[in-house]
Design a protein around this ligand. Structure first.
Ligand SMILES: Cc1cc2nc3c(=O)[nH]c(=O)nc-3n(C[C@H](O)[C@H](O)[C@H](O)COP(=O)(O)O)c2cc1C
Length: 180
């Protein structure tokens, strides 16, 4: 089979991959010009020993440029009520204006997030029109709250971790996808 025949049309590719639900993070770092940050849903854990995470960034993202000369980055895992913040950190604007945050080791931590990670830059690998940024996690803080979830181009409103209560009021189809 040729490469051309294997290629999936981009719209279909995006639509199919949009069916995969994720959490939402804001990744930050500090530059000589000040802090930079951007919304990233292509984020996941990679390794326990050593503790590695990865994030996929478009090659043309300002965050990619900033990370090529940064010692590391901060990750804020957004809470379910931070959808507006997620949109704002994807817009061309002064993203930190009016946004409460504290300083992390490599980049700001956004207030209200349910977890913060400090990651030393481990490696930046090729990923087609994106790059895969690997971070070695050297500190984590977890706060109370529910995660912001994203799928099909929208933020999801789903039952929280009170699975028994949710199951009691849910149809059988829902039970089939419950985590037990
Ligand atoms: C919910 C959501 C998830 C996103 N996930 C990613 C991602 O995983 N990787 C990425 O490169 N851009 C992602 N983006 C888009 C970037 O945040 C946005 O395009 C980027 O900040 C703009 O580039 P700039 O920082 O160079 O202006 C996402 C945007 C939203 C709203």
């Amino acid at each position: 089979m040729t490469a051309a025949r294997r290629a999936v049309e981009p719209g279909r590719f995006r639509h199919a991959l949009g069916q995969f639900a994720t959490g939402v993070t804001v990744i930050t770092t500090t530059t000589t010009a000040g802090p930079v940050g951007c919304t990233v849903s292509a984020f996941c854990s990679l390794s326990l020993d050593p503790p590695l995470v990865l994030a996929c960034l478009g090659r043309d993202r300002s965050m990619h440029r900033a990370l090529t000369s940064a010692p590391g980055f901060g990750v804020s895992i957004l809470a379910s009520d931070q959808g507006v913040l997620a949109r704002d950190f994807a817009r061309p604007a002064d993203r930190f204006a009016g946004v409460a945050h504290s300083s992390g080791r490599y980049g700001p931590h956004l207030d209200g997030a349910i977890a913060h990670l400090d990651c030393a830059l481990y490696e930046i690998r090729d990923g087609g029109d994106h790059v895969i940024v690997l971070g070695l996690v050297d500190a984590v803080v977890v706060h109370a709250g529910e995660p912001l979830l994203y799928a099909q181009g929208a933020f999801l409103d789903v039952p929280g971790p009170d699975w028994e209560r949710a199951a009691a009021s849910a149809p059988q189809e829902w039970l089939l996808s419950a985590p037990w």
